[in-house]
Design a protein around this ligand. Structure first.
Ligand code: N01
Length: 865
C-alpha cells in the first residue's frame, strides 16, 4: 500500500546540502522530510568510495560553519580529508543533530507535480508497493548535488564485459581488492587521477585509457598547515565570514593584479613553482590574467608540461600526458599523489585514445583501433568517466510545473535559472547549488550554506507575509543567465570541452553551467535581490500576486567593474572644473588608454572648415586603396576632445570597416559656440568629398560617423548635405548621439548619475555650446528637423545606461518613420563611454563589430577586410 505524507518542505538528498536544509527547516519551525537513495547520509561522499577519494579543498575550509560547536567538537586529521573521514564527519553531524529521524533512506524520488489549485508539490518515490509513496509539500528542495549522476559510459560494447566492472561514482561499500589483477581504468579526470596511483600499487597490471590529459599538481598530503590553523583558531567566526565573501569560498587567497606577461620568465616560473609546492586549488593562479588571456595561460601550461617531462621517464609517455588541447583550469585541475610518477612503474601502461580509440569493450577486455589495433584482456574495468554534472540529478526526476510544463522540456536547450536557485514555471521549487550559481567553482560547503540560508529565509518571509508561492520572472531569469554567460565569455572557460559546458555528455546542450562571478559577488547579488523586495520574483498568496520584475545585474560585468574603479578613484565631476582643467583631465586620461589596433597608415593634416583650417587625422587600412571614406566626429560635448581623442575607436573602426577614417577637429565651445561645430562638420564633409583623389579615397563612397556630440555633428551634417543637394553621403553611423535638447526623457532620470556621462555634465556641455533659445534649431537638435526624409541610411547605437539613450532611440524611430533605412542597435548593459573603450572592455566588442559591419554594408561590395 502506498502512503502519502504532508509536510511543509520535502528535500531530496541527504548530502551536506540536504542535511543542513533539514536542520534549518526544523529550527525555523517547518515540518520537513528528506528523501535519500542511499542507506546513509553524506551524498557524494557516500557514493564516491573509490580508492584514493579525497577532498581537494583543505579540511579547515571544507567544514560546516553553521554549528559553531563543531569547530571544537570535530578535529580533522589531515590537510585534505579522505572520503572515509568526510563520511564520518557527515555521520557525526547527523547523529549530533538527530537528523536521521526525518530522512527516508533507500528511497528514490521518481517524479513530482505542482498543483496550482492546492499550491502544493506532490513528490512520488519508489518506496511502498507498486504505486509508490508520495509526499505532499508546499516547498520542494532539490539538494541533489552537482556531481551525483554518473555518466553512462559512451563506450562501444559497454555491457559486454564479463569481468568485474566498477564506476568511481558508485563504488562498492565493501571495497575492491585489485591485488594480482589486470585492471583497466577509463578516464583521467579527478577520480581517475586520484585512484590510478593506488590501483597501480595493487594490480598486477594497470592500463590507463586516456582521452584527454588533465593538469594535475601534487596535493602534498600531510597534517594541516600550521599557519592556516593559527589563522582559523584565532577567530573561527571571522575566518568563516571571510570565506563567505571570498572568490571561491576559501579565505586568505590573495588576488593578483599582475599579468603573467608583465614579469620575467624567471619571476613567472618562480611563482608557478610556489603554486606547485603549495598544492592548493585556490592558489594555483599567481597572476591576474591566467583565466582570461590565452598567452598568459600558456606560460602556466608550459611550466606544467615541464614538470610532467621532469617526472615521467619515458619521453613519449610524458608527451601523451601533457594537456595541449585546453588551457590550464578551463577543465577542473586536479590535485594528486604521485599520479605522473605512476607511469614510471613497470606494471602501468598508458593508452592514448586519440591514437588508439576504443573499438569495443569485449567479453574479456578492450579492443582498440588505430594504426596498431590490439585486443587487451582484463580482470576488471574501472569507469572513471565522470558525471552528468549539475543538471543530471535535477532533470533525472520527472518534474512537472505549472500548466503541465516539464522541467526536462523547459531546459532542453540548457538550464535556465534565476540565481541558480529557482526556475520560471516551477513555483516553490528550489535548487541548492543549481546551475547558474557558483557551486562547482567554489568550496561547496560555503555555497551550500548560503543557498540553504537564502531558501530558509525566503520560506520564513513567505510565512510571515502570509504568502504561498514564489517564482522568478522571465526577465530576471533571462538576464541572470545572460549575466552568467557574459562573465564566462570574458574568460577562457568556455573554450574547453569540459563538463562545465556539458560537453562530456553526448547530446547535452553546450552551456556554461556554473556561475563564474565568484562566491562573494554572487552572495551580494542574492542579498540585494532580497533587500530590493525580492527583485525578479512574483510572490503570491490568498490576496493575490505581486510581481517585482527587474534585473539584478543589468550592467555588463566588465562595464560594472570599470564603473566601480572610477567610483573608487573619487574623481571630481568634470562640470566642476574649468574648461581648461577639463581638457587637461581628458588628455591625461587618454594617455592611459591602450592604443587600439594597428592600421596601415596614419596621416595628420588640415582641411578647410567653415571658418578657417581644421586639423584632421586620417586612418588608412592596411590594404590596397582607394578606400571608401568615413568622416568621423569625436565625442566631448562640443567642448572637449579633438581629432585624436577618439584614436582607439577610429583605429578599430578603420580595421573593422576597411574604410579610411578622417577624424575632424571641428571647433569647440565655449570659444566657438553654436553653430560652429555644426558648420565645421558640414564643411569637413564637403572638403573630404572634394579632395577624395588627393586623400586616396572614393568620393562616391563617403559616410559619416560620430560619437555623442560627434554623433550630433554627423547627423546634422547629413541634414545639411541633403538640404544643400550634396555632397552625397551614403550612410551615417551614430554612436550614442545627442539629438535633442530635452532633458526630461526617462533615460536622463534613470541614468543621469553613476554611468560616466551624467545629466549635470550634459547640461554643462549644452550651456557651453548653445544658448537656450537656439537649442531647438535642428542644427543643434537634429531630432527637431522638419523632415527626416531623404537622409542617408543609418546605423544608430544606443546604450541602456546612457542618459542620451532615449533621444538616440527617438532619432532612430523618427528616421525609420520618415522612410530612412535604419539599423538600430540597443546595446544592453552598456554605458555612454563603454563602446569606445577599445581593448579595455570585452563586452562592447560585439557592438563595434556591428558598427564595422554597418559601415561595410553602407559601402557594399567595394570593401574587403
Ligand atoms: O570526472 P571527469 P571525474 N571514453 O568528467 C573521460 C569532482 N571530483 O569523476 O576529458 C574515454 O572530470 C574523460 O575524458 P574527456 C571534480 O569537480 C572532485 O574524474 O571527456 N574517456 C575524463 O578524462 C571533478 O572535476 C574530487 O575527454 C572518457 C574522465 O573520463 C568532477 O568531480 C574527486 C569517456 C572523466 O573525468 C568530475 O571528476 C573526484 C569515454 N567515452 C571528483 N567519457 C576531489 O575533491 C569520459 N571519459 C578531489
Amino acid at each position: 500500500m502506498s502512503n502519502s505524507t504532508q509536510v511543509d518542505v520535502v528535500i531530496v538528498g541527504a548530502g551536506f546540502a540536504g542535511m543542513y536544509q533539514l536542520q534549518r527547516m526544523r529550527s525555523a519551525g517547518f515540518s520537513a522530510v528528506v528523501i535519500e537513495a542511499g542507506d546513509g547520509v553524506g551524498g557524494t561522499w557516500y557514493w564516491n568510495r573509490y580508492p584514493g577519494a579525497r577532498c581537494d579543498i583543505l579540511t579547515v575550509d571544507y567544514s560546516y560553519s553553521w554549528d559553531p560547536e563543531l569547530e571544537t567538537e570535530w578535529e580533522w586529521t589531515e590537510r585534505y580529508a579522505t572520503q572515509p573521514e568526510i563520511l564520518r564527519y557527515a555521520n557525526f553531524v547527523a547523529d549530533k543533530h538527530d537528523l536521521r529521524r526525518d530522512i527516508r533512506f533507500e528511497t528514490r524520488v521518481t517524479s513530482a507535480q505542482w498543483s496550482e489549485d492546492d499550491k502544493r508539490w506532490t513528490v512520488h518515490t519508489d518506496a511502498g508497493d507498486g504505486a509508490g509513496d508520495t509526499v505532499v509539500a508546499q516547498h520542494f528542495v532539490m539538494a541533489t548535488g552537482c556531481l551525483s549522476v554518473p555518466k553512462i559510459p559512451d563506450v562501444p560494447g559497454n555491457g559486454r564485459f564479463q569481468g568485474e566492472v566498477y564506476s568511481t561514482g558508485s563504488w562498492p561499500h565493501e571495497g575492491v581488492d585489485f591485488i594480482g589483477k589486470r585492471v583497466a581504468v577509463i578516464g583521467t579526470g579527478s577520480s581517475g587521477i586520484q585512484s590510478i596511483p593506488i590501483i597501480a600499487e595493487q594490480a598486477a597490471q594497470l592500463t590507463v585509457f586516456q582521452r584527454t590529459p588533465n593538469f594535475s599538481l601534487p596535493a602534498h598530503h600531510g597534517p594541516i598547515a600550521d599557519e592556516r590553523l593559527v589563522e582559523y583558531r584565532a577567530d573561527p567566526a571571522a575566518y568563516r565570514e571571510e570565506a563567505k565573501h571570498s572568490r571561491i569560498g576559501v579565505p586568505g587567497i590573495p588576488i593578483s593584479e599582475v599579468s603573467a606577461l608583465d614579469v620575467s620568465a624567471e619571476e613567472r616560473n618562480a611563482a608557478y613553482e610556489e603554486s606547485w609546492q603549495r598544492g592548493e586549488l585556490g592558489q594555483l593562479s599567481p597572476f591576474s590574467d591566467l583565466g582570461i588571456n590565452a598567452e598568459a595561460n600558456d606560460t602556466m601550461r608550459q611550466f606544467l608540461h615541464g614538470k610532467i617531462r621532469e617526472i615521467v621517464d619515458d619521453p613519449a609517455v610524458a608527451e601523451t600526458l601533457c594537456p595541449t588541447n585546453h588551457y590550464f583550469a578551463t577543465k577542473r585541475p586536479c590535485l594528486d599523489t604521485g599520479y605522473y610518477a605512476t607511469f614510471n612503474r613497470d606494471n602501468v601502461r598508458l593508452v592514448d585514445l586519440l591514437q588508439a580509440p576504443i573499438e569495443s569493450i569485449t567479453e574479456s577486455g578492450i579492443d582498440t583501433a588505430g594504426t596498431s589495433p590490439e585486443s587487451m584482456e582484463f580482470d576488471a574495468i574501472v569507469f572513471a568517466t565522470g558525471f552528468d554534472a549539475m543538471t543530471g540529478a535535477i532533470v533525472g526526476v520527472d518534474i512537472t510545473g505549472r500548466d503541465g510544463m516539464s522541467l526536462r522540456d523547459a531546459w532542453a536547450a540548457g538550464p535556465m535559472t534565476y540565481l541558480g536557485l529557482m526556475t520560471v514555471g516551477f513555483p516553490n521549487l528550489y535548487m541548492i547549488t543549481g546551475p547558474g550559481s557558483p557551486s562547482v567553482l567554489s568550496n561547496m560547503m560555503v555555497s551550500i550554506e548560503q543557498h540553504v540560508d537564502w531558501i530558509t529565509d525566503t520560506l520564513d518571509h513567505l510565512r510571515m507575509t502570509e504568502l504561498d508561492t514564489i517564482e522568478p520572472t522571465e526577465l530576471a531569469q533571462r538576464k541572470w543567465v545572460q549575466h552568467s554567460n557574459d562573465i564566462a565569455n570574458m574568460t577562457l572557460l568556455p573554450t574547453a570541452n569540459s563538463w562545465y559546458m556539458g560537453a562530456n555528455v553526448p547530446g547535452k546542450p553546450s552551456v556554461f553551467l556554473p556561475y563564474p562571478g565568484g562566491v562573494g559577488a554572487y552572495r551580494e547579488a542574492c542579498d540585494e535581490v532580497v533587500a530590493q523586495g525580492y527583485l525578479g520574483f512574483t510572490l503570491a498568496g490568498p490576496s493575490g500576486a505581486t510581481t517585482n520584475d527587474g534585473v539584478i545585474r543589468a550592467v555588463k560585468p566588465d562595464v560594472a567593474a570599470m564603473l566601480a574603479i572610477i567610483e573608487e578613484m573619487g574623481l571630481p565631476p568634470i562640470e566642476t572644473m574649468s574648461v581648461a582643467e577639463a581638457r587637461g583631465f581628458m588628455e591625461a586620461s587618454a594617455e592611459l588608454r591602450p592604443p587600439g589596433p594597428d592600421v596601415g597608415e596614419i596621416v595628420d593634416g588640415t582641411l578647410q572648415g567653415a571658418d578657417g583650417e581644421l586639423e584632421y587625422r586620417l586612418y588608412r587600412p592596411d590594404s590596397d586603396g582607394p578606400h571608401p571614406v568615413v568622416v568621423y566626429f569625436h565625442g566631448g560635448g562640443w567642448v572637449l576632445g579633438d581629432h585624436m581623442s577618439d584614436d582607439p575607436l577610429c583605429r578599430d573602426l578603420c580595421v573593422r570597416s576597411g574604410a579610411v577614417i578622417v577624424s575632424v577637429n571641428y571647433r569647440h565651445a565655449p570659444e566657438a559656440r553654436f553653430p560652429a561645430a555644426a558648420d565645421d562638420g558640414f564643411a569637413a564633409v564637403q572638403w573630404v568629398a572634394a579632395h577624395a583623389d588627393e586623400l586616396g579615397v572614393l568620393s562616391d563612397q563617403l559616410a559619416v560617423a560620430g560619437w555623442s556630440a560627434g554623433g550630433n555633428v554627423a547627423a546634422v551634417a547629413c541634414q545639411q548635405a541633403r538640404d544643400a543637394g550634396g555632397p552625397a553621403i551614403i550612410g551615417q553611423l551614430l554612436l550614442n548621439p545627442a539629438t535633442d535638447c530635452d532633458f526630461s526623457r526617462p533615460s536622463f532620470s534613470a541614468n543621469g548619475e553613476g554611468f560616466t556621462l551624467t545629466t549635470a555634465l550634459m547640461m554643462w556641455f549644452w550651456d557651453h555650446y548653445c544658448d537656450p533659445e537656439q537649442r531647438m534649431d535642428p542644427k543643434a537638435s537634429p531630432l527637431r528637423a522638419e523632415s527626416l526624409a531623404g537622409l542617408p541610411r543609418a546605423m544608430i547605437v544606443t546604450c541602456e545606461f546612457d542618459p542620451l539613450r532615449d533621444e538616440g532611440d527617438a532619432y532612430a524611430a523618427a528616421l525609420a518613420a520618415a522612410g530612412v533605412e535604419v539599423e538600430h542597435l540597443q546595446a544592453e548593459g552598456q554605458t555612454h563611454t563603454s563602446t569606445g573603450a577599445v581593448d579595455v572592455l570585452i563586452t562592447p566588442t560585439v557592438t563595434r563589430e556591428a558598427m564595422g559591419n554597418a559601415l561595410r554594408g553602407f559601402f557594399g561590395a567595394t570593401v574587403s577586410v
